[in-house]
Design a protein around this ligand. Structure first.
Ligand code: FNR
Length: 378
């Protein structure tokens, strides 16, 4: 209604309300390197396509006269109260798409009450993102450093800055084969000169300052090796538990045995995710493994979901298949590219409105009304 009414007064949305069109117009405003870094995926793009196709195979079966004219989508995700079970997926180096970068996205998230999940690879420091997020809910995503001291230092800073939940990304201990980035010889971390590179981590900055003879590309490659835990195995998880007293979530789970291992390791949650198809080309669609993973954990931890969410109906489907909440990646990054904080807010509010309408029109009043019976596989 707000959009229709503003249209009468000659004011139109800052960017499209449709995720496909958002991507198309982002292509027009961004340089090829940054655009393809965001839009691209691993290898042939088979996993990214599979993520979308999986949603198409599930259909909602709307019910009538259920009293769903008033909805309540609020819930709690790992102890964080939310107006709807949607989070901003961690996305690094946002300064490549807009100068407002992470603080703009964090402010937009806070203004609609959705949790902002800050990436370790952010172009803004932990403390500055926290300040922008203000009273908004915020979680911290860890790229797990090989060095325990570096890891403990990052965790301590995140905790001190008010990040409540730790999301440990397991699927990106090295970057995948990404032809779009290779063709443009574009790695966003290697942008700009000297300390202008879009990475804010003080350990990295200290490294650059202490070794000025180190040219930025070499320093950045060293930073990447510092923050990616190439030698991590399940037996390293207790270290994280010792250094983080809030909920811990493992991101990048795609196999039910790994989900069970997460339960055994005492984790609080997992994100069923294939990183938006950006890591393993030819991997199974994230939605296709969700039901078996939900069954495997049997309610012993919270199952979150991402990879391919573009519409309200997509969210409804993931929730009906057992996800407690979803994370959304690329769409709001395009909103950021178009109009900074306002663009992110527009994309988030559009998605929430679409979710709310789809819930109501399909006859679901609350989240607990959603079950696999709400869907048909076709
Ligand atoms: C990501 N993603 C990601 N994940 C993570 O754990 N840490 C990170 O720094 C990043 N960075 C990042 C950058 C960009 C440009 C994209 C598009 C994605 C993955 C992200 O959290 C999420 O898993 C996917 O984006 C979900 O898929 P959709 O919603 O983009 O299809």
């Amino acid at each position: 209604n707000e959009i229709y009414l503003q249209g009468l007064g000659g004011t139109f949305p800052p960017c499209s309300t449709d995720a496909v069109k958002l991507e198309e117009s982002a292509r027009e405003i961004l340089e090829p390197g940054p655009f393809w870094y965001v839009a691209g995926s691993a290898g042939s793009g088979a996993t990214a396509r599979a993520n979308r196709e999986a949603f198409d195979r599930w259909r909602l079966v709307p019910r009538m006269l259920t009293g769903a004219t008033e909805r309540d989508l609020s819930t709690t995700v790992l102890g964080t109260p939310v107006p709807a079970p949607v989070l901003l997926a961690p996305v690094g180096v946002q300064s490549i798409v807009h100068e407002g970068a992470e603080p703009a996205a964090a402010r937009a998230a806070a203004s609609v009450g959705l949790p902002y999940v800050m990436s370790t690879a952010s172009s803004t420091s932990i403390e500055d993102v926290a300040e922008a997020s203000g009273a908004g809910p915020r979680w911290f995503q860890l790229y797990w450093p090989t060095d325990n001291d570096v890891c403990a230092s990052i965790l301590a800073r995140a905790k001190a800055a008010g990040f409540t939940t730790l999301v440990v990304t397991l699927d990106t201990w090295t970057l995948a084969w990404r032809p779009n980035d290779l063709d443009h010889a574009y790695l966003p971390f290697i942008k700009g000169e000297g300390l202008g590179v879009p990475l804010s981590d003080p350990v990295f900055r200290g490294l650059l300052e202490q070794t000025p003879e180190l040219d930025p590309p070499t320093a950045i490659l060293r930073w990447i090796s510092m923050i990616t835990g190439t030698d991590s195995t399940w037996d390293r998880l207790p270290f994280l538990r010792e250094h983080w007293d809030g909920p811990i979530v493992l991101k990048g789970i795609q196999h039910s045995d790994d989900a069970r291992r997460a339960v055994d390791a005492g984790m609080d949650g997992i994100v069923v995710s294939n990183h938006g198809g950006r890591q393993v080309d030819g991997a199974v669609a994230s939605l296709d493994v969700l039901p078996e993973i939900v069954a495997a954990v049997g309610g012993r931890l919270e199952v979150l979901f991402d990879s391919g969410i573009r519409t309200g109906a997509d969210i409804v489907k993931a929730l009906a298949l057992g996800a407690k909440a979803v994370l959304v990646g690329r769409p709001w990054v395009y909103g950021l590219a178009h109009a900074g904080e306002e663009g992110v807010r527009h994309v988030l509010r559009s998605l929430l409105a679409d979710l709310d309408l789809t819930m109501g029109l399909s006859g679901h009043r609350t989240l607990s009304d959603l079950t696999p019976a709400s869907l048909r596989h076709s």
